[in-house]
Design a protein around this ligand. Structure first.
Ligand code: 5GP
Length: 190
């Protein structure tokens, strides 16, 4: 049977993963963009059930016990995030392209769980660390210590970027170029 491809978009908070996926989604509405489950609070402007389904810690822990997740992680010590098995595995079985962003822990778990032939892994980075810090700070009223924590995890994630199949720099003001590069990688590897 023709198996699909699971495109994992990885990279630090603020590198532009979400924006890139949003644009890929506009160009390829036929691909599958599963929401993840999270226990973090919904931010203004977010739609429940689009990128995330917002659930309580109790519901999330029930999901863990029920074996609902392909992988899950505690990200930025702030909450649980997890990809549910059902939609992703069904999409792959049916030969579809499935696109999702995860943190570096999710990337490692999924690499262990799925055959490498099913995966296309792409690391997105901002031009440099100062640029990344600016983007994280621009996201909204994050306390200084939270910005510092995100910068520390960014450095840890960037150190592992070479473990992804591909690496893209999403330079400030050049998001279309990053979207084109990601789209080309996916199309070239189907
Ligand atoms: P944010 O709260 O800013 O939307 O996301 C925080 C981090 O969690 C990002 O690095 C994002 O890629 C990651 N993330 C989002 N969904 C998942 C998921 O289902 N699993 C894992 N492991 N990480 C996720």
């Amino acid at each position: 049977m023709n198996k699909g491809k699971f495109v994992l978009i990885v990279g630090p908070s603020g590198s532009g993963k979400g924006t890139i996926i949003k644009n890929i989604r506009k160009r390829h509405p036929d691909w599958i963009y599963p929401f993840s489950y999270t226990t973090r609070a919904m931010r203004p402007g977010e739609e429940n059930g689009l990128v995330y389904k917002f659930i309580s810690k109790e519901e999330f822990e029930k999901g863990i016990n029920d074996g609902k997740f392909l992988e899950y992680a505690c990200v930025h010590e702030k909450g649980y995030y997890g990809t549910a098995k059902d939609e992703i595995m069904k999409g792959l079985e049916e030969g579809n392209v499935v696109v999702r962003e995860v943190d570096i822990q999710g990337f490692h778990s999924i690499k262990k769980a799925l055959d490498a032939s099913l995966l296309i892994t792409i690391f997105i980075e901002a031009g440099d660390l100062d640029e990344l810090k600016k983007r994280i700070a621009e996201r909204g009223a994050l306390p200084d210590e939270e910005i510092l924590r995100r910068m520390e995890s960014a450095k840890r994630e960037i150190a592992q970027a070479d473990q992804c199949d591909f690496r893209i720099v999403n330079e400030y003001g050049k998001v279309d170029e990053a979207v084109n590069a990601v789209e080309k990688i996916i199309l070239d590897n189907l």
